[in-house]
Ligand binder design. Structure first.
Ligand code: GLV
Ligand code: GLV
Length: 329
């Protein structure tokens, strides 16, 4: 055995899906066994159980359900490093009871997710996807005065539900369109938004009533599940748009399909779904919604940074140190 190999820690790390190699290489440098899901798909629950059983560390995707049974069967497990900022896919309580660190990847995906929220906002407001379909179908036969008219952005009111990192970055980008900004925040005032944009902290009801664009940026918790339901949608302006790049279940998706169908609001731009990857019946038939397949953090740079951070969190725990992005212990 060469000396380099000897210095590597004799731990087993399992990575549930291939991620950018910078993160994998980092893990391989420190750990003797780094195994990666061999398939180009998510693992089934039973496959996950099988791989997790003997692992000291797992690097998980937001689509992996890491429940109490799985955590309890993984007797050697010391850390669950989620490859996401959100961690609603993990039974935090059980992990904590077992003394297992749970980590996430905050900060590095803030800008790419805020950009995605704007991409959806533009796409739905200026009817980019409808226009693309129309053009490809050969229907574009010349400029028309009344073709696919959308809405303006300048001077409108942007409502940020949850002014954390991503919500703040989304709001800061509205400067270019001289928007009025309202926000809700569970914890404290957001002085950055108040000082740079004269943003106002308001109740959710006020935000829904007054905003032309409502963008969701809260994590999914027991408290935020279905926080936007039929009643909340009925408070929104008929001309308003709803954007969601956070978690699908924050919105009652069935109520949203109804609101869009009945033109109770102008449209929606969604990156996340209540029962991902399933869509609620009626959703895909609607023209006034733009649907993206959970791409918030999907840039090469961001995903590479996430891979490195998740790997670093694992290495810290295996070295006996506290991981930088611990969310539970
Ligand atoms: C993506 O949705 C994430 O939580 O990182
Ligand atoms: C996530 O990073 C948030 O705080 O919004």
């Amino acid at each position: 055995m060469n000396r380099k190999r000897e210095r590597r820690m004799s731990f087993r790390v399992f990575v549930t899906r291939l991620i950018p190699e910078k993160g994998i290489n980092l893990l391989k440098k420190f750990c003797q066994t780094v195994e990666i899901n061999p398939y180009d798909r998510s693992l089934t629950y039973d496959e996950l159980l099988h791989y997790v059983k003997d692992s000291d560390a797992i690097l998980t995707m937001l689509s992996d359900v890491i429940d109490a049974r799985l955590i309890n069967e993984a007797v050697k497990l010391k850390v669950i490093a989620n490859y996401a900022v959100g961690y609603d896919n993990i039974d935090i309580k059980t992990a904590t009871e077992r003394g297992i660190f749970v980590t996430n990847t905050p900060g590095v995906l803030t800008d790419s997710t805020a950009d995605m929220a704007w991409a959806l906002l533009f796409s739905i407001t200026r009817r980019v996807v409808e226009g693309d379909k129309y053009t490809r179908a050969g229907k574009f036969v010349g400029w028309e005065p009344m073709l696919l008219l959308g809405g303006d952005l300048v001077g409108k009111t942007l409502g940020i539900v949850g002014a954390g990192r991503v919500g703040t970055a989304m709001a800061m980008r509205s400067m270019g369109w001289l928007m009025k900004v309202l926000y809700t925040s569970r914890s404290s005032r957001n002085t950055v938004l108040e000082e740079s944009l004269c943003a106002r902290r308001v109740s959710l009801d006020t935000l829904l009533r007054e905003s032309d664009f409502v963008s969701i940026h809260v994590p999914l918790t027991g408290e935020t599940r279905h926080m936007i339901g039929a009643k909340e949608l009925s408070l929104m302006k008929k001309t308003a748009y709803l954007i969601n790049t956070a978690r699908g279940a924050v919105i009652d998706e069935e109520a949203l399909v109804n609101a869009l169908k009945n033109k109770q609001i102008a449209g929606a731009g969604l990156d996340v779904y209540e029962e991902e990857p399933k869509l609620k019946p009626g959703m895909k038939e609607l023209d006034n919604v733009v649907l993206a397949p959970h791409l918030g953090s999907a840039t090469i740079e961001t995903r590479t940074r996430m891979a490195v951070i998740a790997a670093e969190n694992i290495i810290s725990v295996l070295k006996g140190e506290r991981p930088k992005n611990c969310v539970n212990i």
